[in-house]
Design a protein around this ligand. Structure first.
Ligand code: NAD
Length: 319
């Protein structure tokens, strides 16, 4: 029998890449629940509608009553991507981050508790671990949570709720924590799409502080394969870190993209640093490699080329 998944936030960047990946690489049926906030793009999900293994329901996971219509059947697994995800917005107003990232996750956990889904995978982030000094070893699953901004605090809070429902109710729950993703279908407020689209349009590219903050980059399809692996082989109660060991300063990323696009570095515009800006993230993903056999296959150079090609194509289509 084909199994039915409930994917939340499937109109966003990673969720839409994940659904696309599963429609091509599995036989799962998928219900996509998304509230279509500014970050969720109908354009991202329109191609899925030709599949008879896919349906879309517009719903706010933060509202328990709204979710009732979604649970018209029992799901095999909930995969919770839905979130407010932009740190800068959380600094301006954290309210929607609390409502979606914490209350929304709580509502889904209650659904699992009441038997409306058998399992749940919570899609979390390396940002819950806080910030590393330049010489510190990468984050492992044992690293204590130390979030520094309202976004990462809301994701860390959700992770703790998931942990508590596993410990208290013995529900089959898994947490994945991934490093910074890049690739097609990401909203242009985020770093790499903003660099590419500003460069393509010869608009100055804002760069926080000294530009030397380090992120550990992973191509989104590698992340999607990792979640698929966790879906098939992950162990209840476990946390899996996911990363591709591609640490780059923000300045290095901009320079690389400008070089590929043959644009002048004069476009780089240093601006005042973000409040509470984490200096460095780095992920140790040896656990998922050793225990589940996943490893990343797309290098940063190749992934950035594919990403640039996708955004170039989109700019051309819109002209
Ligand atoms: P995104 O902002 O692109 O997409 C989020 C999606 O959630 C959007 O489609 C939005 O409409 C939907 N959504 C927001 N509030 C909702 C609500 N109340 N009810 C239903 N849907 C709602 O985010 P993303 O970059 O695709 O991230 C997806 C998940 O992965 C998030 O949980 C994020 O914390 C996590 N994550 C992201 C990264 C990254 O680099 N982007 C890295 C690690 C983990």
């Amino acid at each position: 029998m084909n199994k039915h998944l409930l994917v939340t936030g499937g109109a966003g960047f990673i969720g839409s890449n994940f659904i696309s990946y599963l429609l091509s690489n599995s036989t799962y049926y998928i219900t996509n629940v998304d509230y279509l906030t500014y970050a969720g793009t109908y354009e991202n999900i329109q191609p899925f509608e030709k599949s008879n293994r896919y349906r879309f329901i517009k719903c706010d996971i933060g509202k328990d009553n709204d979710l009732r219509s979604v649970f018209d059947q029992e799901y095999e697994t909930i995969i919770n991507f839905a979130a407010e995800s932009h740190v800068d917005r959380s600094i301006m107003d954290a309210t929607p981050f609390i409502e979606t990232n914490i209350n929304g996750t709580f509502n889904l956990l209650k659904a699992v508790l009441s038997g409306k889904a058998r399992k749940m995978i919570q899609i979390s982030t390396d940002e819950v671990y806080g910030s590393l000094q330049p010489t510190e070893p990468p984050f492992t699953e044992e690293t204590p949570l130390a979030p520094n901004n309202p976004y990462s605090a809301s994701k860390g809070s959700a992770d703790l709720l998931v942990r508590s429902f596993f410990k208290t109710h013995q529900l089959p729950l898994i947490i994945t924590r991934c490093s910074n993703n890049y690739g097609p279908m990401q909203y242009t407020e985020k770093f790499i799409p903003k660099v590419i689209s500003n460069a393509l349009n010869d608009i100055p590219i804002p760069l926080y502080g000294d530009g030397l903050n380090i992120r550990d980059w992973i191509y989104v399809e590698d992340h999607c394969r990792a979640i698929h692996t966790v879906l098939e082989k992950g162990v209840a109660g476990e946390i899996y870190n996911i990363g591709a060991s591609e640490e780059k300063t923000n300045l290095e990323v901009i320079q690389m993209i400008l070089k590929q696009l043959k644009k002048d570095p004069i476009l780089i515009n240093y601006i005042e640093d973000r409040k509470g800006h984490d200096r460095r993230y780095s992920m140790d993903s040896s656990k998922i490699t050793k225990e589940l056999g996943w490893k990343p296959i797309v290098s940063f150079d190749d992934g950035v080329k594919k990403t640039i090609d996708w955004y170039k194509q989109r700019v051309l289509e819109r002209r």
